[in-house]
Structures are given as C-alpha cells and as structure tokens.
Design a protein around this ligand. Structure first.
Ligand code: MN
Length: 384
C-alpha cells in the first residue's frame, strides 16, 4: 500500500476548514489513502474535538490562548500563535491547507514553505502582503503553491498544459456581492446584516464583507499577479452574477478557456489536495437547465472604490499592500462592531494608504511591524 497523503489543516473549524473535512471524507470514501496530521481552531473547541475524534490527528492547536486547556487522547495540544508555528514547523505532513483568515496566516504558511511542503493556499492575504517574498521562498525551497481560492483554482486549471508566453489576459469573475444593484447612497449606510448576506457563496464574515465592498476581487487581482506572474494590466475583472464561470484565461490566438461549476468550495479544495490527479466526488453537480442565462457586466468602480484601490496598490508595490490589508482587516472589524459605517471602510483604507511612507524595507520583520502599527493607529483613532 502506498504511503498516505498527510494533510495539515490550519483553520479546520472555519468555512474552508469545514469544507476540507468533507473533501477528506470524500477522498477516503473513494479509496485515496490520506490522513489528517493536525487540526487547528481559534475558538471552536467543541468542533475541533469532534473532528479530532473522527480523524485522530497527531496534534491540534487552539490559537486563542485565552481558551481553557483541553485533553485529546493521542494528540499533542498546542496553544496560541506559537502553537501554529510549532505545528507547521515540526509535524509530519505533505500538504498544508492554509485556511486561516487574514494576516494571521502568513507566519505559519512561511514555516511550511521553508520545509518544501505543498501549500493548498486558501489564505489570499498571505500573497497580498508578502507576494514577492512568498513566491521567492517557494521557488527556493521547492514548495508548490496550489490555489484554493475558486477564481485562482479556475485559472490554474485553465493554464495547465499551456505556455506562459501564450497568455494574453486573466479574467477574474466576481459575483458583484449583495450590493450590485443598490444605489451608492443606500450602500454607504448599509446594515451589517445586509452586508453579510452574500447572494451565491456561504463564507466567513471577513471574506463576505470583502465581497460586498469588492475588496475581495481587488485582493484576488493581487493574488493572481503573484501566483501566475502576470502584470496588473493583463488582469481583468468582470461581474458575473451567477458565479458559474469561476474565472477565465484569454490566449494570444483569441481563444478563451473558462472553468465552470456550481459555487462549491469543495471542488477547488479537493483539486489542490490531489493535483495533478482528479478524484471522483458526489458533490452537487451543475444543472444547465437551472442556469439558462450566464450574464456579464463591467464592475462599477465609482460605487466600489476598493477594486481600483487594489490596482493602484499593486502598481505602487513596496509595503503599500501591507497597509492596504491591515487597514481593511481593521476597518471590517470596526464595521462589524458598529463603530464605522459600511461606506467608511474604503475611507479608512484610503486614509491609511495616504499617510503611509514606504521606506524601502520589504523584509518580513518590517511587514510584521507595519501591520501592527497600522492596526494600532486605526484603533486609536476610532475607539475612544
Ligand atoms: Mn475567491
């Protein structure tokens, strides 16, 4: 019998994490020899215990150090950010499913890259804040970065078997989020409930708000730039409200390849784990008769400023993406705490970028420093 595929999951109780558990059940059902090496959660200890009972990992991490200590038979238990770093640096695994939310994913993902592991990358913020460093390290340590983000998985699948020099454009599709058809004056004071009500995808809070501002698509433009080494002017965004085409690649002969399917994260997660193989699944299938129309429109960048902010930041480079990401994460948490309005999310980000002076130090240490600085500064200005 072949050696099992050993998987470590960062963030196993989040939206991507729960989907990945279903994927692993599917792989096992279909005769793929795989094993979960470790699981991690921030707070959701009850679900972590259930997952550990089913899959017997060698280690688990509870990232929130304020959670009371637990016991799981047969598993080492680590706590806090330190625990996340230890498990990625020490455990025996082949693939890291990197699905923490936001900046928190950066440090443990780097640990895995330095060990030459395959990274099934669901944490786009890692590439947004440190895309240059991450892709260089991945090359140096022979670590494969396989995207889990549905758009990037689509592009990755379209590019398989193609030559880089034949690519004319990457075309990222966007659902347009819950406010696509709303007027600007309605959006600026939109409620938390409305902003969290995504039309097609059921995801965590952070990415759902990012979808409502179109920041998510902007972050994905930056992510695509680093993953596929394509300049920003060749990365286009088109609104496609049905979310059936997950993204496309246009080639130099005018041919366009699209990857399609129902919006279900299990498909890109499984592909990232099993690439270059495909494995049978009983995940729900596309019913073409239910989707008689696939439509496309231009994104409204007056209503959704965040998309263009991301293009500008990508062109500026340096440490501006770190500022963009930190300001966005904090602005979202302030919005979800009712401290700022929906419209002010973009204001906070623009102000932070305007105030920032890039000193030419792109080291990881400086990235961590700037991230902390920006968060503290915004919090000081908004919390009395
Ligand atoms: Mn996406």
């Amino acid at each position: 019998m072949s050696k099992p595929l050993r998987i470590g999951i960062l963030g196993s109780t989040g939206s991507i994490g729960k989907n990945s558990i279903e994927v692993i059940r599917n792989l096992i059902t279909n005769g793929v020899n795989c094993k979960i090496e470790f699981l991690t959660t921030n707070n959701n200890v009850e679900l972590l215990k259930l997952q550990a009972k089913e899959f017997n990992p060698s280690a688990v991490v509870i990232a929130n150090s304020n959670v009371s200590k637990i016991q799981i038979p047969g598993a080492k238990i680590y706590y806090g950010e330190e625990g996340l770093l230890r498990v990625t640096a020490e455990a025996d695994y082949d693939v890291l499913l990197s699905s923490l939310v936001g900046f928190a994913g950066l440090a443990p993902t780097i640990e895995a890259i330095r060990r030459g592991k395959r990274i099934a990358l669901a944490n786009k913020e890692t590439l947004v804040v440190a895309g240059g460093t991450i892709t260089e390290l991945a090359k140096k340590f022979n670590s494969e970065l396989i995207p889990v983000d549905s758009e990037h998985s689509a592009i990755f699948q379209c590019l398989t078997g193609e030559s880089q020099h034949c690519v004319d454009n990457l075309i990222l599709t966007a659902s347009g989020g819950p406010f696509r058809n709303r007027k600007l004056e309605d959006i600026v004071n939109a409620s938390i409930e409305d902003a969290l009500n995504h039309p097609n995808w059921n995801m965590g809070n952070k990415i759902t708000i990012d979808s409502a501002t179109l920041m998510n698509k902007g972050l994905e433009v930056i992510e695509a730039h680093w993953l596929f080494n394509i300049p920003p002017e060749k990365i286009n965004v088109v609104i496609h409200p049905q979310s059936i085409i997950h993204s496309m690649v246009e080639f130099n002969d005018g041919s366009i390849k699209a990857q399609m399917g129902i919006p279900d994260m299990k498909i890109p997660i499984q592909y990232a784990l099993t690439f270059p193989e495909r494995v049978t699944s009983d995940f729900p299938r596309m019913d073409f008769e239910k989707f008689s129309t696939l439509s496309f429109e231009k994104p409204d960048t007056e209503k959704f400023r965040c998309l263009n902010i991301c293009y500008d930041v990508l062109k500026l480079g340096g440490t501006y993406p770190v500022v963009l990401n930190a300001a966005n994460e904090i602005a979202i948490s302030l919005f979800l705490d009712s401290k700022i309005s929906f419209g002010e999310i973009a204001d906070v980000i623009e102000q932070s970028l305007e105030d920032h002076v890039c000193n030419g130090d792109y080291s990881l240490d400086n990235i961590f420093e700037i991230d902390k600085e920006i968060r503290n500064k915004i919090l000081r200005n908004h919390i009395k």
